[in-house]
Each structure stands twice: as C-alpha cells, then as structure tokens.
Design a protein around this ligand. Structure first.
Ligand code: OVV
Length: 405
C-alpha cells in the first residue's frame, strides 16, 4: 500500500471536482481569504489533487464533519498524516489525537484544571501584567507588535499560570511552531520547524515533569488528578505537554491578529476605547475573522456521506475553519470586522467534543490585553506593512509594525 503525504490516496468522490491549489503554500497562507471564498463556492467538498484528500469550507459542512467524532476521528491525526498507517513525529497527544471513550477521561482532567473558577483566580494577575506591558509600549510609541506584544504577553503570563519554574519565550514559541507545522505535508515550513526538534523537545519534556512545576499552578492541578488516579502520572505529564503545545502559539496568534484587526479598523478601536467592556467581544470577533487555527483535518473511519457526497473510509478531510468563519450563509457581511457582532457559533475554537479546552484561559488573556489597550491607547496606527508567517495550520503574523498614540 503506497501512502501519499502519510495517508491512503483516495479518488475524487462522485460529484467532487479536482482542484490543484496548494493550501499549504506560502502564497495562499499569506492571503487566504480568496482561497477560502473559492473553496466555499466550489461546492461542499473539493478534491485536493496534490494531496489526494478532501477539503471543505462551507460553514454547515465544516461543522458537521468537525463535530461528528464517531464518523470523523481525531485518533488518526488532525494533520495530513494518518496515524493508523504512519508513526507520528512524537508520541501522540492524549487529548487532541484520541477519540472517546478514552478522550473523556483526559478531557475531564483538563476541563477541571482550566475551569472558569481556575481562570477567575488568574484574572487580576493577567490584567496587572497587561497594564504594565501596554504602558511600556505606549511609552515606546512605535514597535513591532508580534515580538513586543503578541509573543511577550502570553509567554509571560501563561507559563506562570501553569507553574513552570523555568520558562523560555523563544523555546515555547518555536515549540508551538513545530506542533502546528507538523500537521501539514513535508514542505519547507514543516522541515524548518522540525529541524528545531533536538533543541526544543527534550527541554519541553523536562519542563512537564512534576518537580519542575510549582504546587499552585494549572500543572499542579493536572498532577493532582493523577493523585486521585483519574490519570496516571505519565499521562499527567503528557497533559502538561498539551498545555505547552496548544497554549502558546494560539494565544500569541490571537493577540497579534487582534492588534492587526484593530489597527486596520480605527472606528472599531474607537468603539472599544469608548467601552472597554467590549474587549471580550473584540477578541472573539478577531478569532472569527482571522481564524488563528485556520484548519485541522479529520479522518473518516467509515464509508459515509455528507451533503450528498460519498466519502470513503480512510479519507482525510481538511476542515477549513477560516473559510467556515467567513461564510455569509452564517455571518452577515462576514468579511467585516464588527466588535459588537454576535459571534456565537464561530468555529475558531472548534466544535464538538474536542472544542478548545483552554478557551477560558485563552479568552482571559485576550480580554486582559485588549482591556489594557482600550484603557491606555488613543490610536493604533500601522507603522509599516503587516507580514504574515507561513504555517501549515495557523494564520499568524510574522511582523506587525504599529504605533500606539
Ligand atoms: C496543536 C494542538 C492543539 C491542541 C492540543 C494539542 C496540540 C496537544 O498537543 O494536545
């Protein structure tokens, strides 16, 4: 059996046209909105000829595939590789890359460690840190917001919340880049990220150990679940690894994208300034509009049908969350940034049993930083061109020169 890009090649299902676009190319990733629109227009599914897999971008279709864990599993990997046929690059995640019933147990442990109550205890600290950072940036005036703000803020507050005794901004950001780029084909982005492995992986695994965590953080709460025998000690370590895999690049990207959306929409920033309690709405609207996690795959584990299209067992389906979130069938004037919009139902955090388990803490970070910006910044002006960073799963900025006036 010959694999292509780590999965079984499939033929285009009846009624599905082939498409030779490369959604993993730097060109598409730098400017994905036209690709998102074409993907929705072409039909419920497109057959990606280069990758021998399906892609979907209409809201209803993405939602159906993403939320049906019985037909479309995560245990075979949420990237192009089929873990049933090829070894993943690292021991698989025991929360992201598993299915129920096993998933229920690990999910419960992280749900508790990241509960609204656990996050409520962090809010004052998050806001203090956000205010300090933003006041430094206001004093600076002009700065590059990816490094100085988007990377700096989560890598300051999140490791502290987890209880890491040792933190390293560069290593955490590079680790996130490995995790997300690993979901794509073996292209330049993936190879560049993977080359960092020897320096990054041992360091990350070391920081996941119980002795390298304080006894009052989210990490300790996970290990406490091992004491209660909900999971083993080894599983607790793997769940801490999941925090460090999913908890950095995502919030870095969400915050960077939020500064970008606000810098591009001065009237929306004025509305946020007038009422800083809109910070949470502005962050959610940024997630909807820019979909920091742009796409994850599922794998059909049975022969099935969606939107009248027959899908064979073993088919990889690229679920393009970024396209679904801009579907005008779901969101009116979908490409408009409107911080007062009802964003409920957006798919930037997924949907179904795997929906982002860290969303409370992610939103708390976004809300804190946007609140601090609303309180202290008069105007956000672009101070150069925003540059997007190619990544096989994220829609993230490489550089964002701005001025806080
Ligand atoms: C990329 C990603 C998202 C969510 C969870 C994980 C990774 C994990 O490693 O568990």
């Amino acid at each position: 059996m010959k694999l292509v890009h780590g999965h079984l090649p499939i033929d285009a299902p009846a009624g599905v046209q082939g498409w030779d676009i490369d959604p993993y190319s730097p060109e598409v990733q730098a400017d994905p909105v036209p690709y998102y629109a074409q993907l929705r227009e072409r039909g419920p599914f497109s057959y990606l000829t280069r990758y021998s897999m399906l892609a979907c971008g209409r809201y209803d279709v993405v939602r159906e595939v993403f939320s049906d864990h019985e037909r479309f599993v995560s245990s075979r990997g949420v990237g192009v590789q089929d873990f049933a046929l090829e070894e993943p690059w690292r021991p698989h995640s025991i929360i992201l890359e598993v299915d129920p019933p096993y998933h229920n147990r690990t999910r419960r442990v992280l749900m508790r460690a990241l509960s609204p109550k656990a996050v409520a205890d962090l809010r004052a600290y998050f806001l203090d840190e956000a205010r300090d950072l933003v006041s430094d940036l206001v004093a600076q005036g002009e700065f590059e917001a990816v490094e100085a703000l988007a990377e700096t803020y989560p890598t300051r507050v999140f490791p502290k919340a987890v209880g890491m005794k040792l933190s390293d901004r560069r290593k955490l950001v590079d680790h996130g880049s490995m995790v997300f780029n690993a979901l794509g084909p073996d292209n330049a982005q993936r190879q560049t990220a993977m080359a960092m492995g020897p320096e990054i992986i041992p360091w990350v695994m070391e920081q996941c150990k119980r002795e390298n965590l304080t006894d009052d953080g989210i990490g300790a709460a996970i290990y406490a679940s091992a004491d209660e025998e909900l999971v083993s000690e080894a599983e607790a370590g793997m769940l801490v690894r999941s925090l460090l895999s999913a908890g950095i690049d995502t919030t870095v990207t969400g915050i960077g994208n939020a500064v970008w959306t606000l810098s591009q929409n001065p009237e929306q920033f004025a509305a946020l300034r007038a009422d800083p309690s809109l910070a949470m709405g502005a962050f959610d609207e940024t997630m909807r509009l820019t979909s920091p996690v742009a796409a994850f795959c599922r794998t059909a584990c049975v022969d099935t049908e969606v939107a009248g299209i027959k899908i064979a067992e073993g088919t990889k389906i690229l679920c393009v969350l970024g396209a679904a979130n801009l579907d005008s069938a779901k969101f009116e004037e979908a490409e408009r940034f409107d911080i007062k919009r009802k964003t409920a139902g957006h798919l930037a955090l997924g949907v179904g049993v795997h929906m982002c388990v860290g969303q409370n803490i992610a939103r708390a970070e976004g809300q804190a930083i946007l609140t601090a910006i609303a309180e202290q910044v008069g105007v956000i002006e672009p101070a150069g061109d925003a540059v997007w960073r190619p990544n096989n799963a994220m829609h993230a900025l490489e550089s964002l020169p701005v001025r806080f006036g």
